[in-house]
Design a protein around this ligand. Structure first.
Ligand SMILES: [Zn+2]
Length: 94
C-alpha cells in the first residue's frame, strides 16, 4: 500500500515580512524590490517605486484598528493590505 504523496509546498520568500506572500522581482530590471510597510503606507522600491495608503484598501471598521502607539494596524488588517498591494505589484508589467 502506498502512502500519500508527499506534496511539498514551496513558498518562495523574497521578503522577511509575512508568511505566504511572494514579492516578485521588479518587472523593469529583475531585481528584488525593497518592501516597506511601516506606518500608514506601503512602499515598494526599486528603479520604480509604488506607494499606497493602507487605508485606501480598508473599510471604516478596519481603519479604526490603527494603533497610534505601534503605528500600524492589526496583523490581520496589515496582512490583508499587504496581500492586495503585493498582488498589484506582481501583476504590473514593464
Ligand atoms: Zn527595478
Amino acid at each position: 500500500m502506498r502512502g500519500r504523496s508527499d506534496a511539498k509546498k514551496h513558498t518562495k520568500m523574497t521578503t522577511e515580512n509575512k508568511d505566504n506572500i511572494e514579492l516578485k522581482p521588479c518587472p523593469f530590471c529583475g531585481e528584488d524590490p525593497e518592501l516597506s510597510t511601516e506606518g500608514a503606507c506601503i512602499e515598494i522600491d526599486c528603479c520604480v517605486s509604488m506607494s499606497r495608503q493602507k487605508s485606501d484598501y480598508l473599510d471604516i471598521h478596519e481603519r479604526l484598528q490603527y494603533d497610534n502607539v505601534e503605528h500600524k494596524f492589526t496583523d490581520e488588517v496589515e496582512k490583508k493590505v499587504l496581500d492586495i498591494v503585493l498582488k498589484e505589484w506582481n501583476t504590473r508589467h514593464g
